[in-house]
Unconditional design. Sequence first.
Length: 178
Amino acid sequence: MERFSILVGDITLSDAEAIANAANTTLLGGSGVDGAIHRAAGPELLEACRRLGGCPTGEARITKGFRLRAGHVLHTPGPIWRGGGEGEAALLASCYRSCLALAAEHGLRTVDFPSISTGVYGYPVSLAAPVALRAIMGFLEDNPLPERVRMICHTEETAAAYRQAWNMWFAGEASEKL
Ligand code: APR
């Protein structure tokens, strides 16, 4: 099984043990993938999130998935893009690492991510992709769990950005390992 892959799809349909949610710091829902996940999960998700009392940017909180096929949701507020000089890359990397650490702590084997911060929060996907991939691959190198991580891109354009970043940064290593 590939430990990491990039797909085009709707993360609310994912059957992974956990899906990550590109949330905001209130954790009380929003538009974009946050809105889609809350709509698909049903009102119990909002009730569970209310009890969490918010989450700082770059950290993650876990809830059940309720009506989602995914058993859990990893809520993580990504950084708002402000030009790149306000620590956005470090905060974005922290979102991915925090979600993966939480999944590993809960013994979860499969995690699907959306492209955090690259929608409403304005993070250019060509800049976000290498940050996300380095954070994910770095965590997987050091940890046996999760066994499988997927980037679920909503559009072919987003997937192309992640595939380009993959080819630039990792394809060489992979071919060396063959
Ligand atoms: N499945 C997978 N990806 C999706 C889906 C979906 N159903 N819907 C949207 N996306 C993608 C977007 O195309 C984008 O690539 O998720 C990525 C993240 O975009 P946003 O959802 O806008 O999230 P973000 O940029 O992190 O902004 C977060 O938006 O929805 C609010 O409450 C949220 O305030 C927070 C902010």
